[in-house]
Design a protein. Sequence first.
Length: 186
Amino acid sequence: MLSIPFLRSTIRSKAGRTEPKVVPDVSETLTLARKALRAGNASRAHSLVVPTLSEKDAPAEARLVAGKALSAMGRYPEALMHFEAYLASEPGSVEGLLAAGLTAARAQEMARAADWFNRACLALTGRARKLIEPLMKTARHDPVAIEEMVAELESYPEDRERALALACALGRAGHFRAVERYLPGI
């Protein structure tokens, strides 16, 4: 009998033989759903991840992907519920906080958006935290510093740390569309 490592269950045929039932594992499903999101197919991503959400030990990331898919489809209240559930288990996730902030802004819930963007700024670590620290020390938003961060990111477009810092700074300053532009994966 052929053995495939990502199979999780078997089915019985009419002849009484046990045959493998092809069921992709959760990590493979999440990878496919994220690819569908990047390709702009939010409904496909959502349909892939929904069965995962009903499992007893569903990974938190499934909620994040579901929230992103629902947000892309314009179903903001449902998306925000998924983000809240995800952030309850992963409170320091910058990606989750930024996605929740963007969705709240799209839903015209500006107070919630501002709160999530501020939390995202505080959740940054490492070099991203060092990049945004000067902006966090001022009560007012420094447009020149943000413009400099934009120029630096355009010089180094693959630098995820810069992108996260810039997304947090832009969100904190209320430039939500710019967050979408510079961090399209969220």
